[in-house]
Design a protein around this ligand. Structure first.
Ligand code: AMP
Length: 257
């Protein structure tokens, strides 16, 4: 491989996976006031994978650049990723706007070009919008090969060949491509580490740059309009039956048998 690995990891600040989301009163989205936010779980896995590659391939990784598009609050997830071993970070400050995957992908493409990234590891999906679009759109914009939902990544740093295993219906598929490339992470790829207190302190000194979408030449106006958001209909209450015969009769009554 002619040059070293320059890894970019895009991370999103999303509603914590343990929070049960509630639709807001205007029915335009989910309620965010007073709700706990964290790094999107798939992105934590992406950070872990980048750091593991850096640790395993001594000297082969030149930098890990973690990037988030969000409000100033997204600095938390950047600092957390720096504490886990990323080297530099960029906040794309979009204020309180919610940006669509294509917009995020365009901004990431610009940063990847500026930063000369040759491997981008994203989450397979953000658990708030569940789009599962950004990695694929980014691969399209950069015209790089991509493997989605990776469960195992193996890099040959001398040839730049990357072999990735990912889950397909009923089994696993193993594919390989040459850098530069895009990988999106699945849950079984690894178990993210916790940031230690000394590393959290050290991370405060690591670089955190802020840019605006306009600096990247991207207009963040959305193309989609959310017409309405609704909760799934409540499940009707169950009934108790006293015997197997009664159960069968009830199932027949409902056309289930
Ligand atoms: P999505 O296409 O929205 O499901 O997101 C897929 C992946 O794209 C996420 O797991 C992140 O790695 C990345 N991503 C999405 N939105 C953002 C954002 N606002 N900032 C940084 N990365 C993002």
């Amino acid at each position: 491989m002619s040059s070293k690995l320059r890894i970019m990891v895009p991370v999103k600040r999303a509603i914590d996976f343990a929070v049960k989301p509630r639709v807001n009163s205007a029915k335009t989205g989910v309620e965010t006031a007073g709700v706990k936010f964290s790094i999107n779980p798939f992105d934590d896995i992406a950070v872990e994978e980048a750091v593991k590659i850096k640790e395993a391939k001594k000297g082969a990784v030149e930098s890990i650049h973690v990037v988030s598009a969000g409000s100033s609050k997204a600095q938390e997830v950047l600092r957390q990723s720096l504490a886990k071993g990323c080297d530099t970070s960029t906040l794309i400050d979009v204020g309180d706007a919610s940006v669509e995957p294509l917009t995020v992908a365009k901004m990431l493409a610009k940063l990847a070009e500026e930063d000369k990234s040759n491997l981008i590891i994203l989450g397979k999906q953000a658990i708030d919008d569940d789009s599962n679009h950004t990695g694929q759109m980014l691969a399209g914009l950069l015209n790089w090969p991509q493997v989605t939902a990776a469960s195992k990544v193996d890099i040959n740093e001398s040839t730049g060949e990357v072999t990735v295993e990912h889950e397909v219906d009923g089994g696993f598929e193993t594919v390989s491509a040459s850098l530069p490339m895009i990988i999106t992470t699945d849950l079984r790829l690894n178990t993210p580490r916790y940031a230690t207190l000394p590393n959290i302190m050290k991370a405060k000194k690591k670089p955190l740059k802020t840019v605006k979408p306009a600096d990247l030449g991207v207009d963040i106006a959305g193309r989609l309009e959310t017409v309405s958001v609704s909760e799934p209909p409540p499940r009707p209450a169950g009934i108790k039956v006293n015997s197997v015969d009664e159960l069968i009769a009830k199932l027949k009554e409902r056309g289930a048998l």
